[in-house]
Design a binder for this molecule. Sequence first.
Ligand code: FAD
Ligand code: DHB
Length: 395
Amino acid sequence: MTREQRTQVAIIGAGPAGLILARLLALEGIHSIVIERRDRAYVEHRLRAGVLEQTTVDLLRAAGVGGRMDREGLVHEGLYLQFDGVRHRIDLRELTGGRAITVYGQHEVVKDLIAARLAAGDEIVFEASDVRLCDVDADLPAIRFKVDGKERTVHCDFVAGCDGFHGVCRPAIPPGALHTYERTYPFAWLGILAQTPPSLDELIYAHHERGFALHSMRSPQLTRLYVQCDPDDSLDAWPDARVWEELHLRLSTRDGWQLREGPVVEKSITQMRSFVVEPMQYGRLFLAGDAAHVVPPTGAKGLNLAAADVKVLAEALVDWYRSGRTALLDAYSATCLRRVWRVEHFSWWMTTMLHRAPGDDAFDHRLQLAQLRYVTGSRAASTSLAENYVGLEHV
Ligand code: FAD
Ligand code: DHB
């Protein structure tokens, strides 16, 4: 027998988008059920982004889930751009009138949101398989799925498609109703997590003729590092010794600074893509986060953009439930896409300024250096980078 349930908003996906949305709705008394394909341990340990914009920090605090982030997150008031072996600090706080970023792992945000939701007695269905969307263009959509081999159906007023780039929500929209805009990059990032204190207390984005490198961190004991690699590389091509060798080369400066090494506890390759679908809504289905758009990680924006989407969606749903007005829901896609395209541009710009593409010649290299010199030398250009990096205000 199929178990039937009724909710107001069915949320597909327990990533940052789905969990933040569920939290914002719960605070307004709106009932939701979160339906997730993976198990709890998997989503709580999936290592991904690490930089929270000021706007995301403010949103999580206002939602009452900022306690551990405030205690354990690392507030960064600046970052370094490195080129020609010299580091240049961008003073985020001074250039943006007091704003900063917080380094706090995405999986920690996810853990905090899951704990808060379960403590409030609200439901997350983990390990849901064969998730199907029905009647999203009608007044009462339904989500069908299986748990432990048993069929379940959730009837709802609205569906939030927060199931990431490879989810089922975007493909549930008739292809003729969507436009996609896409760019894949001819390089990828190999990322490691190393058990060693960070070698500097801020992030370093390094331009190098061998390719990009990034020094980041997760805690005072854990360093996160990335090197640009070939998109077709497998992890076998990157034994630890080769990763450290490239990191030393690409992050080295002429002042004797040393990169600290430590045991590598995680290693993975991330492909680089820009992707946007328009519109982000169809009938009663609203896409949010990576389900609707992807950015290359260079601007550290993916998670932050997901948070910005669901803030807009939560406000629109609250308005509908309070007043029956559809204006904010109707405007959802257009409202989000303004920020999405700004962030798409920033992420593309950071990516093309800092990476070496196959076939780039000395002319391309000099253009990048000219841009980097301008960005670090001109207050106007540094301010532009800084205000985008800490995050433009939510609308
Ligand atoms: P997701 O976090 O992808 O969450 C979607 C959820 O939906 C997942 O839990 C998934 O299991 C679930 N799901 C999928 N299909 C179904 C289904 N059929 N039914 C039910 N549930 C489903 N950004 C950065 O800024 N910096 C980084 O270093 C960085 N690294 C990344 C590394 C990787 C490997 C990836 C994939 C992304 C990375 N990102 C990074 C991007 C950032 O992590 C994402 O933008 C962010 O996770 C988006 O959140 P989301 O909630 O929209 O999607
Ligand atoms: C991290 C990831 C990013 O994509 C970025 O731009 C900066 C930091 C990180 O994982 O720490």
